[in-house]
Write a protein that binds this ligand. Sequence first.
Ligand SMILES: C[S@@+](CC[C@H](N)C(=O)[O-])C[C@H]1O[C@@H](n2cnc3c(N)ncnc32)[C@H](O)[C@@H]1O
Length: 241
Amino acid sequence: MNEDRIYERAEISRDFEFNSEVAEVFENMLNRSVPFYDKVIDMTSDILSRFLNSRDIVYDLGSSTGTTLIKVSEKLSKMDLRYVGVDGSEAMIKKSRSRVKMFSHTSGIDFVLSDINDFETKDAGAVILNYTLQFLRPVIRESFLKKVHGFLREKGVLVMSEKVISHDPVINRAFIDFYINFKKSMGYSDLEIAKKREALENVLIPFSVSENIELLKKVGFVHVEPFFQWFNFVSILAVKG
Ligand SMILES: C[S@@+](CC[C@H](N)C(=O)[O-])C[C@H]1O[C@@H](n2cnc3c(N)ncnc32)[C@H](O)[C@@H]1O
């Protein structure tokens, strides 16, 4: 796994992009930047194993280098499921296609290069939307989630994970500090952390937990339950009625 050293160089001052430089180090970046990343994938598998039927299709919107689908399909190899990853970054799709070739259990996984706003499907058993809604412009999130709700069959599930904020400034500051400490413990320097924050500032716009839950209910999900939270990261299960 290539190590993420992108922000070691102090001169970087452009907005964060999911380009080939990022795709090359992305697994390392996620493991060191998203607390309990692997655990959330494990829990996603547990949820899918409970809610899906044989021959269901699972869509991963913002599938990046394919890690989630590779791990979920391995854990659920006894279920007869199909998987489709969708991502708008050519570099990510290229990387995910080459990665699935390295595993024997991944024959049911396909990747589609598309903006997730333009993607269409129906009768999905599940949609996974991990750490991706936060990159869509806030004004389009409601209509996008409404579309996702329409992708699902009756009783289909959405698993969504997001970075979040608290509207209480004291709690928010504390959670940010805990997150900075997490990144330091993962070997990122103060400079790397500061540069990455700057690069993400206009690109990653987090909502609060309750704003995300409200949106999911508003677009029609009947049951909406957070199943995991680490300070400013949350994972939510939403079930279509
Ligand atoms: C933080 S990553 C997602 C991580 C991934 N879900 C995981 O858990 O491993 C966000 C991904 O969403 C993709 N993305 C962001 N906006 C997109 C859009 N509008 N259409 C398609 N893909 C998009 C990026 O290319 C990137 O690969």
